[in-house]
Design a protein around this ligand. Structure first.
Ligand SMILES: [Fe+2]
Length: 190
């Protein structure tokens, strides 16, 4: 079994994003983007070395199975609609939303095959076809391009345009999506 050279969970991005960051939801999303970046590097590593230790593969598949869909839902169901209401005409938010919705749809379309391949690798199957590994690499490449664009355009625009009320709404929705409850003082936070 092969393990990546650096075994530190934090550096590998294997530790789930701290839910305490939900107090500032855009920081949570930015941290999740860092996590996706690390996961993409790990997926590339795994696709090149299908004998990677199953524990590492399991943590990547857990991220792909639950955390990634939650993040995509945060952005497509909550963040982008809030921004559509708040942005200025020069922001061209409708165009931005169309592009990002399409990229999120592509990620969710590619996800089941990627997950099936990760599950097969985790189970130690040595007959995973190269075509499946290729699709897995494509999935990571798509996510990586997507997060670079969001970090460059979406996050700075959200920080500039969303009001404290918008951020409260976003925090409440993201908290609820993860089955957590908000503390009263967070509700009252500006
Ligand atoms: Fe996204």
């Amino acid at each position: 079994m092969t393990a990546p050279p650096n075994q530190d969970d934090r550096n590998l991005g294997l530790t789930p994003t701290d839910v305490g960051l939900l107090a500032t939801p855009l920081d949570f999303i930015a941290e999740d983007h860092d996590r996706i970046r690390n996961m993409c590097a790990l997926i590339e590593y795994i696709a090149d070395r299908p004998e990677t230790h199953p524990e590492i593969v399991a943590q990547v598949s857990s991220f792909v199975r639950s955390e990634l869909p939650a993040l995509i839902a945060d952005e497509s169901s909550d963040l982008l609609p809030l921004m559509q209401r708040r942005c200025q005409p020069e922001d061209e938010i409708a165009r931005l939303r169309t592009r990002l919705d399409a990229e999120h749809d592509t990620a969710m379309y590619l996800l089941p095959d990627a997950l099936e391949t990760l599950d097969a690798l985790e189970a130690g199957r040595d007959d995973v076809p190269e075509a499946s590994l290729h699709l897995l690499r494509n999935f990571a490449a798509h996510l990586h391009r997507h997060l670079i664009f969001e970090n460059a355009i979406l996050i700075p625009l959200a920080r500039a345009r969303l009001t404290p009320d918008d951020l409260n709404t976003l925090r409440a929705r993201m908290t609820e999506r993860r089955g957590l409850t908000q503390s009263k003082d967070r509700d009252d936070a500006p």
